[in-house]
Design a protein around this ligand. Sequence first.
Ligand SMILES: [Mg+2]
Length: 371
Amino acid sequence: MKITRVETIYLRQPEVKFQCDSGQDALIVKVHTDAGITGIGEVDSNPLGARGIIDGPFSHTTAAGLASLVVGEDPFETEKLWHKMYRGNIYGGRRGVAIHAMSGIDMALWDIKGKALGLPVWKLLGGGFHQKIRCYASSLFGHTPEETGNLARRYADQGFTAVKFGWDPMGQDAKTDVALVREARKGLGEGPDLLIDAGLVWDSKTALQRAIAFSEHDIFWLEEPLRPDDYEGYRKLSEATSVRIAAGEEESNRASFLDLMDKGRVDVVQVDLTRCGGFTEAMKIASLAWDRGLPVANHGFTTYINVTAALHWLNSIPNALICEFVAEEETNLRESITKQKLRAKDGYLDIPQEPGLGIELDEEAIARFRV
Ligand SMILES: [Mg+2]
């Protein structure tokens, strides 16, 4: 089998609000083959930047469009092709958007392999740890503490055993920060786990003060309190509090995750399959975390393609902690573009059993959102 074409598809909702919700647009990658099998992948990044990395021309041997490197190759050779893409674009591609772009192609290659063999991706990865995985309802904070409490109550009523709130308005002042967490806990009641995603707002001392204050409301983890390059701040914070510190969505490839683990000393490693370098790299990151005694979780705030990929991966590693599942009001785009609509049952998501990723695109919806 040979790869014949790589297609990038940019989707966008008619209205994109100024908020930290990356599900308002999407970059989908299709990898076509001469066997008639098409693999699907996704990139969560600056979408047109990632598209340029994929569709761009061969410039020279360390700056090549990723499609130009994989067309004509055998899609089964995922390890070889990962390194070919990495080496072929190393000039500008060691971190960030180029690794994000590679993730979409790598994901599509694994989808092709699964479809060709009639097996789910997790089986190809040697997985089979779970039948279902506990997930947390992932949401932005309400505009006020009270609104956050109401959201928490709604998610608890839906049967989730863990709920996360993130980003604005956290970080404005100590009083509001603590009120947001207090009301979230009040809304949830005592049972469910409460996860807090600060959204890159503090220095390490402020984060430590908040971690101590939030402890009174029993939080499961504190995510991304610091800017991602402040590994020293992460280390000081992690060593000073018993609250789990989680991070990783800003990292791409295992070298940057190694910095997060060994310099930043975080407690939970969050890996986004559409950013980290795809399945090929995510397996290695999970293994590095396992060697350090660290649990991992996925990150994914975009489409059901991303969550489905995460379920395959979490089912293939020994240190899966929990799965992120966006519980925001369904956006048009997320709810429309795939035939499968993921739903949590009693706070769990089932492991996909269909060949490949087990995701089909709704081509009519894709045409509707396509830019
Ligand atoms: Mg986050």
